[in-house]
Every structure is written in structure tokens, then in C-alpha cells.
Design a protein around this ligand. Structure first.
Ligand SMILES: Nc1nc2c(ncn2[C@@H]2O[C@H](COP(=O)(O)OP(=O)(O)OP(=O)(O)O)[C@@H](O)[C@H]2O)c(=O)[nH]1
Ligand SMILES: [Mg+2]
Length: 207
């Protein structure tokens, strides 16, 4: 498995509309998941910074695309990538127009024609396999042809036995075995980085 070390991580910009999305640059990995699932916490845990991405106390607060540029050691060299935090999908209280805005932003970010599109990490709550909005998002990502890794977060909340069962449930609902992850314990960090670096390799950004 890859050894990796985060050498640098910085906030680049936010986008509230497709027009605010920066020109394609380094390969991008989009982080997608339901509101409050733990997207921002996962970004912080991945890069080893407590407050790079702001975990919200209010569900559904992150309404923007937030771009974080990260330099990570990979093999003998190092590589740059952008982690993109996205607004949560499936937020029960989101109005129709908020949902449309999410679709618009996510479609622009994940367009097949965007050369910096390298992949997506879909984040699910390990305790809730098979949620309709997660399955719908998985299908949507599949239809867009985006390479996807799935992270099942909040793994610290389940016992070992229940964790295994839950992972199987997610795998049968989503068609991919998720990486169990915890922003609290750091579990799954290494495996998720490996999955991300593999997507970058396929994208052509790594030797
Ligand atoms: N126990 C536990 N709590 C977590 C974990 N990850 C996130 N949380 C908690 O879950 C809540 C939501 O986390 P966020 O990272 O803000 O979730 P988000 O998906 O970015 O939320 P929005 O941006 O509002 O959609 C916070 O209270 C976090 O502390 C985890 O791995 N384990
Ligand atoms: Mg967030």
C-alpha cells in the first residue's frame, strides 16, 4: 500500500455557481455525501489539519464548492491535487432551488469534459446502508462516468461485528466495497489515500 505524507494543504477558493468554478488545473477529487455525513471532517482527517475545512454545527450549512489544494508524497515523488468539498445532497429541508443549485454545481464540477476531473469520493454514514439518496447519487456518478471510491465514515460508532455487517450492506446497495473511515480515530486514512492516488494514477497525473 502507498506510503503518503501530506506536505501542504491550503484553501484555494469557493464557488457558489458554475461560473465561480476555477479554470481546470491540478486533478480534482470531489467529496460527495449527504448533509452532515462528515465530508468536511473527512477532508480534515485526510490532510491531518483540524480546521482546513469547516465542519458545521448546523446540518447543510456548507452551500458552496470549496477547493483545497493538497501536495502529497506519492512513491518517490510528490503530487498536487484538489479536494473539493461539495454541498450535501439529500438534505430534507433543502428547497427545490437549493437542490437545483447543488445539481448545477456538481454537474459543472464533474462534467466529462472537465480535464481536471479525476474522480469522486462518495461518503456514506456507515450506520445507514442503502439510503435512497446515496444509491441515487451512486447511480448518477456512474452515469457521469466518474471514477468513484466510497468511504463509510463514523466507523468509530460501530462495534467490529456490526461494522462488518454494515459494510456488506453498503457494498450490496452501492456495488462497491466502502473503505471504513473515522475522522475521530483516523481509521481508513491510509486506505482512502491509496484509493485517491489510484484515481490520480488512472487520470494520468502520477507515474
Ligand atoms: N463520531 C464521529 N463523528 C463524526 C465523524 N465525522 C464527522 N462527525 C461529526 O458529524 C457532524 C457533521 O460533520 P461535518 O464534517 O460537518 O459533515 P458535513 O458532511 O461536512 O456537513 P455539511 O457540510 O453540513 O453537509 C459533526 O458533528 C462531526 O463532528 C466521525 O468519523 N465520527
Ligand atoms: Mg461540510
Amino acid at each position: 500500500m502507498d506510503e503518503h505524507r501530506v506536505l501542504r494543504a491550503e484553501f484555494v477558493t469557493s464557488a457558489a455557481s458554475p461560473g465561480g468554478i476555477p479554470e481546470p488545473g491540478v486533478p480534482e477529487i470531489a467529496l460527495l455525501g449527504r448533509s452532515n455525513v462528515g465530508k468536511s471532517s473527512l477532508i480534515n482527517a485526510l490532510v491531518g489539519r483540524k480546521r482546513l475545512a469547516y465542519p458545521s454545527s448546523m446540518p447543510g450549512k456548507t452551500r458552496l464548492l470549496n477547493f483545497y489544494r493538497v501536495r502529497v508524497s506519492a512513491g518517490r515523488g510528490a503530487t498536487d491535487l484538489c479536494l473539493v468539498d461539495t454541498p450535501g445532497y439529500g438534505y430534507a429541508r433543502a428547497s427545490g432551488s437549493e437542490r437545483e443549485r447543488f445539481d448545477e454545481l456538481a454537474c459543472a464540477l464533474l462534467a466529462r469534459t472537465r480535464p481536471s476531473r479525476a474522480g469522486a469520493v462518495q461518503i456514506v454514514d456507515i450506520r445507514h446502508p442503502g439510503l435512497e439518496s446515496d444509491v441515487a447519487a451512486r447511480e448518477w456518478l456512474g452515469a457521469l462516468g466518474v471514477p468513484v471510491a466510497v468511504a463509510a465514515t463514523k466507523a468509530d460508532k460501530l462495534s467490529r461485528n456490526r461494522l462488518r455487517q454494515a459494510l456488506d450492506g453498503h457494498a450490496s446497495a452501492l456495488g462497491v466495497m466502502p473503505v471504513p473511515f473515522s475522522a475521530v480515530t483516523g481509521a481508513g486514512r491510509r486506505e482512502l489515500w491509496s484509493a485517491v492516488l489510484e484515481m490520480l494514477r488512472r487520470h494520468g497525473g502520477l507515474d
